[in-house]
Design a protein around this ligand. Sequence first.
Ligand SMILES: [Zn+2]
Ligand SMILES: [Zn+2]
Length: 124
Amino acid sequence: MGPLNIFLVVMGTLAGLFLMVSTIVCLIYYFCSGDKPIPRLSPEELRRIPVIKYEGGEPFTNCAICLEGFRRGASCRILPGCGHRFHAVCIGRWLNMSATCPVCRAVVVVGVAEGHELIALPSS
Ligand SMILES: [Zn+2]
Ligand SMILES: [Zn+2]
């Protein structure tokens, strides 16, 4: 084994060690920072928030995201939990980034009633 080979072996070992250490550091960083992930809604969860049409009459205020009033026939979403209303498009874009209500900061939880969706309500 010549000196060049020894050099290559040493360098290879060092490179391997370096890769291993950086992988471990990345993993540690990933798990530590994973404690507080920014909650956001998946498109799947977003789809579970029903879109309703604003028919007028109800005391809707302005959409807190675009600050425009609701027009008759506008597609709106009512957040489960806090009940705040927004344009379907506005809140859809918002929930993609953060699963909290832009007005009251309540965490939007979807799918609490999962499993009950398929059960038909008794007709009364
Ligand atoms: Zn809006
Ligand atoms: Zn709210």
